[in-house]
Design a protein around this ligand. Sequence first.
Ligand SMILES: *[C@@H]1O[C@H](CO)[C@@H](O)[C@H](O)[C@H]1NC(C)=O
Ligand SMILES: *[C@@H]1O[C@H](CO)[C@@H](O)[C@H](O)[C@H]1NC(C)=O
Length: 459
Amino acid sequence: MFPAAALLSFSLVAVVYGQAAGTLTTETHPKLTWQKCAAGGSCTTQSASVVLDSNWRWLHSTSGSTNCYTGNTWDSTLCPDAATCTKNCALDGGDYSGTYGITTSGNALTMKFVTNGPYSTNIGSRVYLMATSDSAYEMFKLKQMEFTFDVDVSNLPCGLNGALYFSQMEADGGKAKYPTNKAGAKYGTGYCDAQCPHDIKFINGEANMVDWKPSDNDKNAGSGKYGTCCNEMDVWEANSMGSAYTPHSCKAQGPTRCSGTDCGDDASGERHSGICDKDGCDFNSYRQGDQTFYGKGMTVDSTKKMTVVTQFLTNDNTTSGTLSEIRRVYVQNGKVIANSKTNIPGMKAYDSITTQFCAEQKVAFGDVDDFAAKGGFGPMSQAMTSGMVLVMSIWDDHAANMLWLDSSYPLDKDSSTPGVARGACPTDSGKPTDVETNSPNASVTYSNIKFGPIGSTYK
Ligand SMILES: *[C@@H]1O[C@H](CO)[C@@H](O)[C@H](O)[C@H]1NC(C)=O
Ligand SMILES: *[C@@H]1O[C@H](CO)[C@@H](O)[C@H](O)[C@H]1NC(C)=O
């Protein structure tokens, strides 16, 4: 995630009409299978499921059905202070398809952008892959491993982001560490990412209502005093017009609640003073100088399903080494397609993310090298040792209209300046009001997830 003010995009308008009965829903995780592969390429099917992030859920009084949170404000009676609020409020189960537009079938997960449910209009969503036990998140240890999935981005226009990534969350959603969190992974708690989002309603088992400010451009979001930071490996952020993969390291391991300067807030002019590398070191083929590689009808054709292979290589080719290179390969129509090569003055012809690639890119693009400042691959390598949670989402961007992914950005620089052009979307595209009105039926489908040693997940 690159944008300035993190994920302000999602939300559920949790309006309950009167004492509507029957809205207390049983939580049933949609089933999703995936494959664990062994060296040599034999794979075994894992019967798992996905869980919706807690932020999207109806939050109501434990004693009944009064909203604790409506639109983008907390109820002052149920929530006079953080501790009381935490005690008074409950996260409810979700109607995945009816309320959130989330459906699964076999090994495929489809996430719809706007869903008009019986009680709400839901915009975007975020889910996590559960372990097969269904009581905790699956933890991925990525070093010297290969992660592969199919994705259909054909129905994702400019301004939308279908993102598949790993965040260094706790396996149980923070339940053991913070006993006031009684919901845990089953209800999708414990999210964190490298943007240190402030819009998370519960952090460390406590309501994040202190200093809560409703967003001035998103009627469903706000931001609290605290942010929640952690290492984030963006394997895939894309729509039909652009794509990128990006490691974002943090100078902390595991979910870390921040306040003040540590959060690296743009609004305070502290983007590069926080504990996480918000910019990351991205590989975006278009931004790297190949404008005909990824897109509609291009070498990797975004109008059709594609297979995305990502390899996390270490310095000594073992799972105990340190992360040193992140490689990308595509497969489409049965053909293996090598990643595009960098074609930027001052840079070698890179086709993967390495320390050298990041250093040269930051210089060539005139960007602050916050990647190096936050430890480069070091913290990410450690995070990959301890295990990371698989996140899949669809979102629009109230902070920067997704221009950092699919258009020219920042707007005050000429698009011919190296690093500014990132995709062919117009610079006036991607406004949430436009995409929510014009493309409510947009969706993304992730399928056929495979994980195993290098070379085991694709042919
Ligand atoms: C790791 O594997 C690569 C590619 O197979 C090879 O070129 C390299 O020499 C290996 N490095 C080590 C330290 O074994
Ligand atoms: C979205 O889909 C619904 C149901 O199929 C349809 O009625 C509506 O017109 C579509 N909206 C747009 C903007 O395409």
